[in-house]
Design a protein. Structure first.
Length: 50
C-alpha cells in the first residue's frame, strides 16, 4: 500500500509541490494500522492502539 501512495504517476501531470512527503505517508499508514473501530449495537467506538 505504501508503494501505491508514494509513487507518482504520469510525471507530466503531477506538480512536485503537491506530491506528499515520505514522512506524511508513513504517518498516515501508521495511524491507520493503529486505529480500531468497534461496533456495539448502535454505538461506534474508535480506539487508537499504540
Amino acid at each position: 500500500m505504501q508503494k501505491m501512495y508514494s509513487e507518482t504517476s504520469h510525471s507530466e501531470r503531477v506538480n512536485e509541490k503537491l506530491a506528499p512527503k515520505e514522512d506524511t505517508i508513513r504517518f498516515l499508514l501508521d495511524y491507520s494500522k493503529a486505529l480500531s473501530v468497534i461496533d456495539y449495537k448502535f454505538l461506534k467506538f474508535e480506539a487508537l492502539l499504540n
